[in-house]
Write a protein that binds this ligand. Structure first.
Ligand SMILES: Nc1ncnc2c1ncn2[C@@H]1O[C@H](COP(=O)(O)OP(=O)(O)O)[C@@H](O)[C@H]1O
Ligand SMILES: O=C(O)C1=C[C@@H](OP(=O)(O)O)[C@@H](O)[C@H](O)C1
Ligand SMILES: [Mg+2]
Length: 172
């Protein structure tokens, strides 16, 4: 990454940490475009994320995720990219995010994540006992987000406060 003020901002983090929400708010604040990889995948496949997982499986989903990530990172316009929580599972994705973007990890305590995602059925990996799934996946992915340039704990922050922290980091 050459200049952090010009680089794409890539939001990574576990499900429910606020990547999709913050990408929209931050893009407005920075007057640039937001891209949500899950939304791009839905457009490309013509299916919702749960439909795609059911019809083609997680491996097919991950292939599309890498494809839309690379497309976004190679855009000439500066983008705020909301990744899905598992986009970091492929080491080559992390490498290219670090090279072509400024990577901001959002995190939150488990109970806060559970309260944010439990009313929402759009995440196939959290179907069944949400609490158990979140704890298991948080453990599996304990260090998956450590490569970020900046990490923000959103547990006790409003969405606007998260945006402020990122903004301050870029403009201080
Ligand atoms: N800082 C926050 N405080 C409270 N609720 C939040 C915060 N960030 C996100 N949320 C809420 O949590 C839910 C999941 O947010 P979302 O942006 O979809 O997360 P992600 O894309 O990381 O899975 C949404 O209902 C959103 O409004
Ligand atoms: O963590 C994951 O593996 C996933 C996270 C989801 O995105 P969010 O992190 O935006 O919920 C979505 O990409 C898919 O359900 C898989
Ligand atoms: Mg999201």
């Amino acid at each position: 990454m050459e200049d952090k003020q010009q680089a794409h901002i890539v939001l990574i983090g576990f499900m429910g940490t606020g990547k999709s929400t913050i990408s929209q708010l931050l893009a407005k604040r920075l007057d640039c475009k937001a891209v949500d990889l899950d939304f791009e995948i839905e457009c490309l496949s013509g299916q919702t994320i749960p439909e795609l997982f059911t019809a083609k499986g997680e491996v097919a989903f991950r292939a599309l995720e890498t494809e839309v990530l690379l497309n976004s990172l190679h855009s000439r316009d500066r983008l705020i990219i909301a990744t899905g929580g598992g986009a970091v599972l492929a080491p080559q994705n992390c490498k290219v995010m670090q090279e072509l973007g400024y990577v901001v990890a959002l995190k939150a305590e488990a109970e806060q994540i559970i309260s944010r995602v439990s009313q929402d059925s759009s995440r196939p990996l959290l179907q069944g006992n949400v609490q158990e799934r979140v704890y298991k996946l948080l453990e599996d992915r304990k260090h998956a987000y450590d490569f970020a340039h900046l990490t923000i704990d959103t547990t006790n922050l409003t969405t606007n406060e998260v945006v402020d922290q990122i903004w301050n980091h870029f403009h201080a």
